[in-house]
Design a protein around this ligand. Structure first.
Ligand code: AHM
Ligand code: MG
Length: 331
């Protein structure tokens, strides 16, 4: 009777990570701890995001509030929070962030891992209360443990990711991640301060019915992409575009949709960044049964040349990705 009155709230992220770790007898627990550090940073940013309107941190960076304190833009705040959480955690020897020009040596030279983060993606949406997100990607370093990190630790192709995920600060906050064994989603329960498994083993619906792109750039798109969009319209697919990658991707992942950010006149190599945005999303989508390309190549096989490299990006369920591919071939 008591059980019925108090239904279980489900498995927490911490317990889930612990269970997964127990499946690997030789695991040292460092990756598990790293994932927990990211979740902790996510909780702090959730708190920052939710008080942003009142705390005068939606203003532009460099402004001062009435008390004469400098206002911090939320993406700067998120960057500081994340770097601090990862540095304090101790498992990470180096970090690259979309907000930083070059890589950060955390000083934890015994750490086996390096992390790429986009601390708060979709910054143009912050001031208008639209969902935003954090994207992360974890690699094992290639330099020897015990030494400072080197640039090659970060310039690894996406197929070397050990784990990747995002946190979406939406109508609820969710953390979605993969370690290469499927994708799981956790919803933040504020009252107890825990992420709870709410979306186990996410698979993208294979009959995608949504397409997402900035159609204002249509005339800049290649003939193949234009043709594909024409087909989407003919087939009465739904057009959905928030302009916030994490939110657009999250919806497409759960409901079945393709996201396109092709090259444009303004952004000849596409707008999105390979290491911070495309690789983690590509890893998640493949793990959920979909695909991700730059129009020619699998995203995860691209050898990065520099940290802030951009790429055209197409990601979604197989039916739509295959149709897009046919349009490219007819170009
Ligand atoms: P940001 O990293 O500067 O925030 O920009 C990335 C964002 C993505 O969230 C989104 O998919 C894209 O830019 C939208 O671009 P556009 O406004 O050109 O459609
Ligand atoms: Mg970004």
């Amino acid at each position: 009777q008591a059980d019925k009155l108090t239904p279980s709230i489900g498995i927490t992220l911490d317990r889930f990570i612990k269970q997964k770790q127990d499946e690997f007898p030789f695991a040292t627990g460092e990756l598990s701890q790293l994932l927990r550090d990211i979740a902790l940073a996510g909780k702090i940013i959730h708190w920052e995001v939710n008080r942003a309107g009142l705390a005068n941190i939606t203003g532009s960076y460099g402004n001062y509030n009435v008390q004469g304190e400098e206002q911090q833009k939320l993406d700067v705040v998120a960057n500081v929070r994340f770097i601090r959480a990862l540095r304090n955690g101790g498992e990470v020897c180096g970090i690259i962030s979309e907000e930083e020009d070059s890589f950060i040596d955390t000083g934890n030279h015994q750490g086996k891992y390096v992390v790429a983060i986009d601390p708060l993606d979709g910054s143009s949406n912050i001031d208008v209360n639209v969902s935003i997100g954090t994207i992360f990607s974890i690699y094992r370093r290639v330099s020897p443990v015990g030494s400072p990190p080197i640039i090659e630790d970060f310039l690894q192709p996406g197929n070397r990711q050990v784990a990747a995920g995002y946190i979406v600060y939406g109508s609820s906050t969710m953390l979605v991640y993969t370690t290469g064994k499927g994708v799981n989603g956790f919803t933040y329960e504020q009252s107890i301060g825990e992420f709870i498994l709410s979306h186990p083993s996410i698979k993208v619906p294979q009959e995608g019915k949504i397409y997402s792109c900035n159609e204002g750039n249509l005339l800049d798109f290649s003939a193949g992409v234009q043709h594909f969009i024409e087909q989407c319209r003919e087939q009465r697919l739904s057009a959905r575009y928030i302009g916030s990658l994490v939110a657009d991707f999250h919806r497409n992942l759960l409901k079945g949709g393709i996201f396109l950010y092709p090259s444009t006149q303004k952004a000849p190599n596409g707008k999105l960044r390979l290491l911070f945005e495309c690789n983690p999303m590509a890893f998640l989508m493949e793990q959920a049964g979909g695909m991700a390309t730059d129009g020619k190549r699998r995203i995860l096989d691209i050898e990065p040349k520099e940290i802030h490299q951009r790429t055209p990006f197409f990601v979604g369920p197989q039916n739509l990705m295959e149709r897009l591919n046919q349009c490219f071939q007819q170009e």
